[in-house]
Design a protein around this ligand. Structure first.
Ligand code: F6R
Ligand code: MN
Length: 185
């Protein structure tokens, strides 16, 4: 057990946790995620902005232990699609996850791996979203300021990005009349 991580403070404004490792994802890392391939190519030709970062804390790795991540998705769009995360299933499929909205406004796209059934759920300040096991999840910032959220998941959950990289989500989320709408890819 890592005593230094049993108690930490997160910054809900910047999404920082002092001492926690951070993964940063840039536009180039999201190749294949956006439905609008042409808009993606145009945006990438202009630059390679930072889309989001995640600071992760893994205090202990035993069976039954929990980890958490503090995510920040910056505001922006590629065509009519919001900046989003890559999205994943948990490598250990039964692992569920709680998301807590801390700053800004966004949505989560959930997709049941077995049935493909999709849900679009708001992730706003003080919102709690539960991601059941066996469910692919992707988060989008639909607002004008950074979206900051906390995700809490079993230590053994892991990430499986392979399925999403291969076939993406069935649905995508676009802005229509200023609001996020889920449509078929
Ligand atoms: C952990 C989790 C979050 C995400 C984060 C970034 O299980 O769901 O901490 O890792 O929102 O998204 P991905 O991992 O899809 O790039
Ligand atoms: Mn997850």
């Amino acid at each position: 057990m890592n005593n230094t991580l049993l108690s930490t403070h997160y910054n809900p404004t910047t999404g920082e946790i002092i001492g926690a490792p951070v993964v940063k994802r840039y536009l180039v890392d999201l190749r294949g995620c956006f439905a609008g391939g042409a808009a993606y190519a145009v945006a990438l030709a202009r630059g390679n902005p930072l889309l989001y970062s995640v600071a992760s804390v893994a205090p202990a790795d035993g069976e039954g232990d929990l980890h958490y991540g503090l995510g920040v998705i910056y505001p922006g769009k590629i065509g009519d699609e919001y900046y989003m995360t890559k999205g994943h299933l948990h490598a250990w499929r039964p692992a569920g996850e709680f998301y807590f909205g801390l700053r800004g406004a966004g949505v989560m796209l959930l997709e049941d791996e077995a049935t493909g059934a999709s849900r679009l759920l708001p992730l706003t300040v003080n919102a709690v979203v539960y991601v059941p096991g066996h469910t692919a999840h992707r988060t989008m910032n639909t607002g004008a300021e950074p979206l900051v959220y906390l995700g809490v998941y079993p230590a053994r959950a892991g990430h499986d990005y392979g399925v999403i990289a291969e076939r993406n989500f069935r649905m995508c989320v676009v802005e229509r009349d200023g609001l996020p709408v889920m449509i078929k890819r």
